[in-house]
Design a protein around this ligand. Structure first.
Ligand code: HEM
Length: 382
């Protein structure tokens, strides 16, 4: 579908077959990003990886990012940081359920977001020479006190201000939200919230996941550790199913066509903005049975994965611009979700029924839950 948004010809791709054409067969024609003014300023004239147009500079930056920061070895070396943050999250929820049956807010600003933002920011900033001290966020920053919450606050504020002044974006604030998510990896918060929302609507699935985790991990410690995750097949299916139904980047990050080419017989001009609608593809009945049903079992014995090779399931995109933080993002989500399910039973607040859970999605280029998710945690004791 070709739309003209302002003066920008914008191509929306909504089938797995055409997504393959864009992200694989003709990836070299479509692996640039649009040069939006807001992003240009936010990224100091595209000095980043995510928004930089295709160039020698981007190739080199991405190579460094992938090899030095996001290699499997490096991501695993951050395990203690993730463990510490997840423990903080569990402890803070434990405190609130020790005193009362008070519901906790699991959405933005709530326990989950803080945890994953901290983990992601550790890693993001660690990439530069400012370095590894930051891994212990809140502790030291080249000898100075570093306040992670404040840092995020400032980042958001700058983003919003830039969004306000830009005339060139058609969705200023949401595009900026995407930018901030991209920089900080906040999309992992989004996934956690949807996973808990879907499980709250289907208590039998939540119970099944809890049984798997509690049986497999037993009572050897207070938390699920990263080494335990390999055994948790059902949990992994829940994360996949959440990414299918609620991909945090429903249109990926907009690409830009670099060369005159043909897609499905149509002429596409250089400069055309390209959005791959992975949300629609993930809910297309041609590829998925009962696509609107949250049914993690559909991944049982299936080879479909989010590695960019299965074009009906593209939560991390594909081709040269595929998300380089995939391993890190999935690990963080799996670990945090496993701990929420291992350490607590979850109930709906008094007077609330499953049908009352609001599934509305916030508008924008990232799809977050519009209203907060309040659940009552009950500490589980072996
Ligand atoms: C569950 C969590 C995450 C999801 C669902 C996600 C999703 C995405 C998507 C859809 C894209 C666009 C891909 C494309 O255009 O084909 C992307 C790009 C990117 N992501 Fe992620 N991401 C996640 C976590 C992370 C984390 C933790 C980091 C870094 C620490 C990260 C860093 C990036 C970067 C740098 C890009 C731009 C790559 C480029 O343009 O070359 N992401 N991500």
């Amino acid at each position: 579908m070709l739309l003209r948004l302002g003066r920008v010809p914008s191509l929306v791709v909504s089938s797995a077959e055409t997504a393959r054409e864009i992200l694989k067969t003709q990836d070299l024609n479509f692996c640039s990003r649009s040069s939006l003014l807001t992003l240009k300023r936010l990224s100091y004239n595209f000095l980043d990886v995510a928004f930089s147009p295709h160039s020698e500079y981007w190739r080199e930056m991405r190579r460094i990012f992938v090899q030095e920061l996001m290699s499997t070895k490096r991501v695993h070396s951050f395990a203690p940081v993730r463990g510490e943050e997840v423990a903080n999250m569990v402890d803070s929820i434990s405190k609130s359920c020790a005193c009362s049956m008070r519901p906790v807010d699991l959405t933005e600003g709530g326990a989950i977001r803080v945890t994953l933002a901290d983990v992601a920011v550790h890693v993001d900033i660690d990439g530069s020479n400012i370095a590894y001290g930051l891994i212990a966020f809140g502790k030291s920053y080249q000898g100075r006190k570093f306040d992670g919450g404040k840092f995020l606050e400032v980042l958001y504020e700058v983003a919003v201000v830039l969004g306000t002044f830009s005339a060139s974006d058609f969705y200023p604030s949401s595009r900026i939200a995407w930018a901030v998510d991209m920089i900080t990896g906040l999309k992992g918060a989004i996934v956690m919230v949807w996973a808990m929302t879907e499980l709250a609507r289907k208590p039998e699935l939540m119970k099944k996941a809890q049984e798997e985790i509690r049986t497999s991990v037993g009572n050897k410690g207070n938390y699920v550790e990263e080494g335990d995750l390999n055994q948790l097949h059902y949990l992994k299916m829940i994360v996949k199913e959440t990414l299918r139904m609620h991909p945090p980047g429903p249109l990926l990050a907009p690409r830009e066509c670099m060369n005159q080419c043909k897609v499905n017989g149509y002429d596409i001009s250089p400069g055309t903005r390209v959005m791959v609608n992975v949300w629609a593809i993930g809910r297309n009945p041609e590829y998925w049975d009962n696509p609107d049903e949250f049914y993690p079992e559909r991944f049982e014995g299936s080879i479909i994965d989010y590695n960019g090779q299965h074009f009906e399931f593209l939560p991390f995109g594909g081709g040269r611009r595929i998300c380089p933080g995939m391993t890190m993002g999935v690990l963080s989500v799996e670990l945090a979700l496993a701990n929420l399910l291992y350490c607590f039973d979850w109930k709906l607040p008094n007077g609330m029924n499953v049908e009352d859970i609001d599934m509305d999605e916030g508008a924008g280029l990232t799809i977050h839950k519009k209203s907060p998710l309040f659940l009552v945690p009950i500490k589980y004791n072996f």
